[in-house]
Design a protein around this ligand. Structure first.
Ligand code: DX5
Ligand code: ZN
Length: 222
């Protein structure tokens, strides 16, 4: 399977977000990752649904939203209406996780379970029939530009082993500090979707970055 490269626009120039998502789409990204922060679950603030909706017409690729907020279930319909086709949600932010993940599917979107570094993989138990993706965070949520936590690699590998027992496709995504030096080990542990923010912006162009990262992930496993 071809590794998927999913840029986080947290690194973008916010004054020209629409143009940036168009450039990323043109560069061949698999989808775009929106980091939503509420200043409570994480000590930072970012995009509301209206910002994402305003950017939606500028790209054809899919949008995923990573909800780093408390009580995100109240916002699910707004982010789906804004054009997000995949909602990544931290289980500890939910009052009724099982019901909440099911409600995402009922809204017509796909659901992903996001795990902070300290959150155990056991959060996905009893929930795998409801989700299409497991996200293993390789930094603490809240900010771009942090260093990749190699200590998460056994968790990525354990998630891969768990997903291999499921008889449907569930993506395994990693998020945080992913770049040319870290994508190969994450891929070898079994990740197949890679969020990249600051590292992608350091390439001469998005197209070069996307193809270099994809190739590094592909050659790491093949
Ligand atoms: C952290 C976010 C990540 C991060 C990615 O809270 O969820 O998506 O910003 O950016 P880099 O690749 O710079 O770690
Ligand atoms: Zn993220």
């Amino acid at each position: 399977m071809t590794p998927k490269i999913v840029p986080s626009v947290l690194t973008a120039d916010f004054a020209r977000l629409g143009e940036v998502v168009a450039e990323l789409d043109e560069a061949g990204v698999d989808r775009i990752h929106w980091d939503v922060m509420d200043g409570t679950f994480v000590p930072n603030l970012s995009f509301g649904p209206d910002v994402i909706a305003a950017c939606r017409p500028h790209a054809r690729c899919g949008f995923e939203v990573h909800l780093m907020c408390n009580r995100p279930e109240e916002l699910f319909p707004r982010y789906v209406e804004a054009g997000c086709e995949l909602l990544l949600v931290h289980p500890e932010t939910l009052r009724q996780p099982h019901q909440a993940y099911r409600s995402i599917t009922e809204l017509g979107a796909r659901a992903g379970i996001a795990l902070s570094p300290a959150s155990p993989l056991s959060h996905v138990d009893h929930m795998l029939d409801l989700v299409d993706l497991v996200l293993v965070m390789t930094v603490d949520p809240g900010f771009g530009g942090q260093s990749y936590l190699a200590g998460m690699e056994p968790k990525i590998a354990a998630a891969r082993a768990k997903l291999d027992t499921v008889d449907r496709a569930v993506e395994l995504e990693v998020d945080g500090g992913i770049g040319p030096g870290t994508i190969a080990p994450a891929a070898r542990c079994g990740a197949d979707v890679f969020v990249s923010g600051s590292a992608l912006w350091r390439y001469p162009s998005f197209a070069e970055g996307v193809s270099d990262l994809r190739e590094r992930a592909r050659s790491a496993v093949g």
